[in-house]
Design a binder for this molecule. Structure first.
Ligand code: SAM
Length: 268
């Protein structure tokens, strides 16, 4: 039947995503730098500046992988106070601020924990690593001030379910964001400008899989990543999906002509 076929397809997608990230975890951060020419760092910085973190916040970074977004949030809280990171993290933040990194893949989380150790953050109670599915979050209703998802929503099986877990009008306006909470999504998106589009297509379809093979010995996973970008809804359509989930003040910003976009929404 059609629904049986759809279920198999969906199961295959989540298995495929699981395999891809288990396979790329150890090279993930290096590959990010190589493929984006380091630009992913600036894109993530932009995401954090839009989030505007504050001490004492409870924040959920979904599909948080190796912790890049969470580390930046902690750094941004620290830089505001102009004090050495350990001091601030030990007293001011420890009891109040909670940053949760939630990811479905244990390998990615393990790489993140090692990175946290290298930064001297392993004992930090403000930083929590949680294995979990974006489509069925293991966090309480109205428990988070902020929600970010960076380069993650494109890989999930049902985008609507992910949005509904952040905030759902169908579920009487509950789920994990508190009233006043912010949703921010950084994702590879769609380039339309003629000329640049052709160049970008060549880079995605030819250069990225070749780099995957050369550096990580894994052409297929990177081929999958490129195809998943093509299948992701264009900026306006994705903005409508966020609004349909119940968010207000939905907007997006294109970076590098739409190579990536940051979508945001507010829960009233
Ligand atoms: N946010 C990190 C960053 O920007 O560096 C990691 C992004 S990585 C491209 C995508 C992540 O999404 C992977 O770590 C993968 O395991 C995770 N992921 C895929 N499907 C997921 C799901 N349903 N729930 C939670 N995480 C998921």
């Amino acid at each position: 039947t059609i629904s049986g076929f759809k279920e198999v397809q969906e199961e295959e997608k989540s298995q495929m995503v699981g395999n891809v990230f288990s396979s790329v975890a150890s090279n993930y951060d290096l590959m990010n730098d190589v493929m984006s020419g380091g630009l992913h760092r600036l894109w993530k910085d932009r995401l954090i500046s839009k989030l505007n973190p504050f001490p004492g916040m409870r924040h959920l970074d979904v599909a948080g992988g190796t912790g890049d977004v969470a580390f930046r949030i902690l750094e941004s809280l620290n830089s505001v106070s102009y004090r050495p990171v350990q001091d601030v993290l030990q007293d001011n933040l420890q009891e109040e601020t909670q940053i949760y990194v939630c990811d479905i893949n244990t390998n990615m989380l393990n790489v993140g924990k090692i990175r946290a150790q290298k930064r001297g953050l392993e004992d930090l109670r403000s930083l929590r690593w949680v294995k979990g599915d974006a489509e069925a979050l293991c966090f309480e209703d109205a428990s988070m001030d902020g929600y970010t998802i960076a380069f993650g929503i494109r890989n999930v099986t049902h985008i609507e379910k992910v949005l509904a877990e952040a905030y759902s009008v169908d579920k009487l306006g509950i789920r994990v964001l508190k009233p006043g909470g912010r949703f921010l999504c950084l994702e590879l998106s769609h380039v339309e400008a003629p000329g640049f589009k052709q160049l970008y297509d060549y880079y995605s379809f030819c250069v990225i899989p070749a780099l995957g093979e050369l550096i990580a010995g894994d052409r297929e996973s990177y081929q999958y990543l490129v195809e998943s970008i093509r299948r992701f809804p264009p900026q306006d359509m994705f903005a409508s999906m966020i609004a349909d989930a119940g968010f207000q003040k939905v907007e997006y910003e294109n970076l590098v002509g739409g190579v990536v976009a940051i979508h945001s929404g507010l829960k009233f």
